[in-house]
Design a protein around this ligand. Structure first.
Ligand code: GTP
Ligand code: ZN
Length: 338
């Protein structure tokens, strides 16, 4: 997907990703986009779609090339390209392939939009919908290596790196203090946020939450306990850095953090917490005390077999740039924030 290769789904047509396509001369009258995008484009006969990220097949009056397809794919370009269409929605009789293609776009971090059976697409890569499921199977994850890693918060930390076949993302765990089978660790499940963790972004609470979690685990180790930070490479709640930044552009137009993801045709929450459970399992951790304000994380970990004996609140002070983001988490995502 990231290479821009056309893909040939078993039982479906050839699909060429609009954002990254290497076949610059490709054209097609048909495009696969999200229902959210279809709604914004005011499709003539669009049926009600349950999910904003559900796939919709559209036909334009004239064949689309990549130049005309990109503004159809990218809502962040709407202000600059107001006039598009008209389009008609068509029935999809290769639903599994269409759903898998949308999921692949999310995993690849690109816009969920494809030219369908295009001319001049070049040779397509064969793939089946089952390949996408197999790729995200947590059991494929293994410990790759571990090393002592003194950090500013604690000199007694150890880093453990995890890898899975075909997935280039490497998750890590930081174990702080001495691991003891009979003592439940304090655990923080942190999802990657390059802007917050590294650059000090004020738009979210990730950076302060990460720092405070490490400090709390170090204090726990001082008291004879221990902690585990799981650092999961699922940036932007699973939509990737570039799509998160597109969502930020939409947030600057007035959409909240959930609406912005949906308007991009992506799930508002696409994180995979069963991989975190697999990491704990590989570390030999069965029961935890979880630092979070998000009850859905607790439920997701428990459903994946981790016993969460306590939810430890993890609220940090807000600022003028993240106050709306935190309010949306509280009001729409069920976060327990005071
Ligand atoms: N798509 C998107 N992702 C965001 C946005 N702001 C932060 N994120 C991502 O959200 C994730 C951080 O969420 P967390 O703090 O781990 O989890 P949480 O569900 O908020 O719950 P807590 O455990 O209470 O913090 C990271 O992957 C961030 O990149 C945003 O506006 N849009
Ligand atoms: Zn963040």
């Amino acid at each position: 997907m990231r290479h821009g290769w056309p893909i040939a789904f078993e039982g479906g047509p050839i699909l060429l990703p609009v954002e990254t396509s290497i076949a610059r001369e490709a054209t097609s009258p048909l495009m696969l986009i999200s229902a959210a995008r279809g709604a914004t484009l005011k499709l003539a006969n669009q049926r009600e779609a349950a999910e904003p990220h559900a796939p919709v097949l559209i036909r334009g009056g004239e064949p689309l090339d990549l130049r005309t397809a990109l503004p159809i794919a990218d809502p962040a370009l709407d202000l600059a390209n107001p006039l598009k269409g008209p389009f008609k929605a068509e029935h999809i009789d290769w639903c599994d392939a269409a759903l898998a293609a949308m999921e692949l776009a999310r995993i690849a971090g690109i816009l969920p939009a494809f030219l369908v059976d295009p001319d001049n697409a070049g040779e397509a890569q064969p793939i089946s919908a089952g390949d996408v499921d197999a790729w995200s199977e947590p059991d494929r994850l293994q410990i790759a290596t571990r090393a002592r890693l003194p950090i500013a918060a604690s000199e007694t930390a150890e880093i453990v790196a995890f890898r899975s076949a075909d997935d280039t993302r490497e998750h890590v765990a930081l174990v702080i203090g001495r691991q003891q089978g009979d003592v439940e660790p304090l655990v923080r499940l942190h999802s990657e946020c390059l802007t917050g963790d590294i650059l000090g972004s004020l738009k979210c609470d990730c950076g302060p939450q990460l720092d405070a979690a490490l400090a709390a685990m170090a204090a726990e180790a001082e008291r004879g306990g221990w902690g585990v930070l799981l650092y999961m490479r699922q940036e932007g709640r699973g939509i990737g850095l570039v799509n998160k930044l597109r969502a930020y552009r939409l947030q600057d137009q007035g959409f909240d953090t959930i609406e912005a993801n949906q308007r991009l045709g992506l799930p508002d929450e696409a994180r995979d917490f069963s991989t975190a459970a697999r990491m704990l399992d590989l570390l030999g951790v069965r029961g935890i005390r979880l630092m979070t304000n998000n009850p859905r994380k607790v439920v997701a970990l428990e459903n994946a077999g981790v016993a969460v004996s306590e939810r430890v609140p993890h609220q940090l002070p807000d600022n003028p740039h993240n106050a709306r983001y935190l309010a949306t988490k509280r009001d729409k995502s069920g976060h327990l924030l005071g």
